[in-house]
Ligand binder design. Structure first.
Ligand SMILES: NC(=O)c1ccc[n+]([C@@H]2O[C@H](COP(=O)([O-])OP(=O)(O)OC[C@H]3O[C@@H](n4cnc5c(N)ncnc54)[C@H](O)[C@@H]3O)[C@@H](O)[C@H]2O)c1
Length: 321
């Protein structure tokens, strides 16, 4: 089968890895990287052995698929351009900068699929491809309560959005995928610390059916921590995203009565971004449908929006007091 012809749009902090992975994908040929910065574009193009172009329009006719890793504010406009050309599209997370733009992207996708029903459009929620997450989902765990923590030192980038859309959205998407029920209630608190947006947020979500989750996201932590604990019926799981470790503890009958038995799940480590991008390439070539859909990306944004509104209310109440 011939290779998928791909362009990577935006080769900054994350896009350079999109380019590296696309250039070495057995399913794809990286036709070009696109970036308005000539200096950055040529640097990455040389590194991965392709060419740089300044504008998407210069290359769109020569590719089958585009991976967008430009700043979130550009997702909407660039996404529409790619859809109008009928090309497959991997959009970095969050899908768009606002719910209105996300809705518009989904409407444009539905329109594009009337001509090409096989058009692939996915969103870069790469933690779904983290082997520890794949193992947890395969364990068919039915969580009643989940605690997710994603904190890191101040990044000095992505500061145009708050920590909810930038960081917490990873866990919001995962919670929706794990619980598989809609969120019916959200409470949240958060504070701006180093930027004008909330840099530290804690949210409590209630799902239809009664499951709960608490989620903490911070970009003003001393050290990085990315963990998730899920509690079900006579079993609980502890997951470390960075170490790709999953431990499941179950209540079982031992020799001397009931015992909690820890079981470390065997996991074959892998780079989540690489697994995600290669699954996208395979899907574009008609081999599988293993990707996070735009509808799912928009659903995570809707929950993020509810969290942002609850944080805004709690901040307003704090100022009034
Ligand atoms: N999935 C993840 O874990 C993850 C991690 C980091 C960033 N991201 C997402 O990736 C996107 C980029 O983030 P980043 O941290 O790499 O940003 P960045 O600022 O480091 O890089 C953005 C790059 O895009 C280029 N660019 C700007 N406008 C462009 C345009 N119109 N067309 C093409 N390129 C353009 C810039 O010159 C720059 O090189 C954001 O949407 C962010 O949310 C996702």
């Amino acid at each position: 089968m011939s290779k998928l012809r791909v362009a990577v749009l935006g080769v900054g902090h994350l896009g350079q890895h999109h380019a590296r992975i696309a250039a070495s994908s057995e399913h794809a040929e990286l036709v070009a990287v696109v970036d308005p910065s000539e200096e950055r574009g040529t640097e990455i193009a040389e590194k991965v052995g392709t060419r740089w172009v300044a504008n998407l329009a210069e290359i769109l006719g020569a590719v089958d698929a585009v991976q967008i890793a430009a700043p979130t504010g550009f997702h909407h406009g660039l996404g529409l351009e790619v859809l109008r050309a009928g090309k497959h599209l991997l959009m970095e997370k969050p899908l768009a900068a606002s719910l209105a733009e996300g809705d518009a992207l989904l409407a444009a996708l539905a329109e594009a699929r009337t001509t090409n029903p096989k058009l692939v459009a996915c969103v870069g929620h790469l933690e779904r491809f983290n082997p520890a997450v794949v193992a947890l989902r395969a364990a068919n765990f039915k969580p009643k309560f989940i605690e997710a923590i994603r904190v890191s030192p101040f990044p000095m980038r992505s500061l145009e959005v708050d920590v909810v859309m930038d960081v917490m959205i990873h866990d919001l998407d995962l919670l929706l995928a794990l619980v598989q029920r809609p969120v019916v209630d959200v409470e949240a608190v958060g504070v701006p610390v180093l930027t004008k947006h909330p840099d530290l947020v804690n949210a409590r979500l209630k799902f239809e059916g009664g499951a709960f989750a608490t989620v903490t996201a911070s970009r003003v932590a001393r050290k990085k921590e990315r963990t998730l604990r899920a509690f079900g019926n006579q079993e609980y799981a502890s997951l470390d995203f960075a170490a790709q470790k999953l431990e499941i503890l179950r209540l079982k009958m031992g020799e001397h009565g009931p015992e909690v038995i820890p079981e470390t799940v065997d996991i074959e480590e892998g780079e989540p971004l690489k697994l995600e991008i290669e699954a996208f390439h395979r899907a574009c070539l008609g081999e599988g449908e293993d990707y996070v859909t735009w509808a799912e990306g928009l659903e995570a944004m809707r929950v993020a929006d509810l969290v942002q509104k609850a944080v805004a209310e709690s901040l307003a109440a704090m100022l009034e007091a």
